[in-house]
Design a protein around this ligand. Structure first.
Ligand SMILES: [Zn+2]
Length: 286
């Protein structure tokens, strides 16, 4: 059977999905990330009875001309297309950044479906973001298009990128833990615990969550002026807190955004846990 293969390479796990030509998921599975990522992927597909037409690969880190540099995932200055091609003997290989893959999944079949353009901000240990305009990813000349996690929003918090005060040092899970550590009551609690307390009316927890939502809205307001998408979608991390988070981001956005972009919708991601493989598979059709 003919299939399109979507591959989502992470630091500990590689997720693999096989889709038919109408992009229905046929099968998915995961393998461990080792030093032999591409051989392992090819070996795992050998037992399956698919004629694979094309491969889409999402990797952590910026991608320029198929090359990614992400030592955490055993990808140190690796040309992903050339490496995978050695084992699968197929030239139809497309490579993209994982945040862009999540954004593509949201645009094609998630919360952004039906809009001409949308941006997806994925919150985890860091903050990734992808922008899809007219069905295509906005990569940027240096592979960092849409990297709003590194917009400077404060003067505190050392970021992994080397700068101080990036959005992710305040709004990603580690950032929220950093701010919570200043409070005797909130120190050591998870983001989920703090969101739950805020929802139940705890003033201190709400204040922290509200300030995180403000900074996310601030970044969204910049995005709205630069790209002017119909929707800005939030997934992962604190956005899993549900309505209290999305509504608060929208509240701040409505206050601070330029009047001509106030129609921008703030939405919760809906493509789910398979967004990485779905987006990678769609990348082969972009
Ligand atoms: Zn940074």
């Amino acid at each position: 059977m003919k299939a399109i293969c979507g591959i989502d390479v992470g630091g500990t796990t590689i997720k693999i999905g096989l889709f038919d030509e109408e992009m229905n998921l046929l099968e998915k599975y995961a393998i461990k990330t080792t030093e032999n990522i591409f051989k392992d992927v090819a070996d795992s597909l050998k037992d399956k009875n698919y004629e694979i037409l094309s491969y889409g690969v999402g990797v952590p880190g910026p991608v320029v001309d198929n090359v990614v540099d992400c030592p955490n995932a055993n990808l140190k200055n690796v040309n992903v297309k050339e490496e995978l091609k050695k084992y699968v003997h197929n030239d139809n290989i497309f490579v993209g950044n994982d945040a862009n893959m999540a954004a593509l999944a949201e645009a094609k079949c998630g919360a952004g479906k039906g809009y001409k353009s949308c941006a997806t901000i994925t919150i985890g240990t860091g903050i990734g973001c992808g922008i899809v305009v007219d069905g295509k990813i906005l990569n940027g000349d240096f592979g960092a298009g849409g990297e709003i996690g590194h917009i400077k929003v404060t003067d505190e918090g050392q970021c992994g990128c080397g700068n101080i005060g990036c959005l992710e040092t305040t709004c990603a899970s580690k950032g929220i833990a950093r701010i919570a550590s200043k409070s005797d009551r909130l120190r050591g609690l998870s983001t989920k615990d703090i969101v739950d307390m805020a929802r139940e009316g705890d003033e201190e927890a709400f204040k922290l969550i509200d300030s995180v939502c403000y900074y996310l809205a601030y970044a969204a307001s910049i995005m709205a002026c630069v790209v002017n998408p119909s929707a800005i979608i939030f997934g992962g991390g604190i956005s899993n807190g549900g309505a209290i988070i999305i509504d608060n981001i929208q509240k701040h956005f409505d206050k601070i955004a330029f009047k001509n972009v106030k129609n921008t919708k703030i939405l919760k991601a809906s493509a789910g846990n398979d967004a990485g493989i779905i987006g990678a598979a769609y990348l082969t059709k972009c």
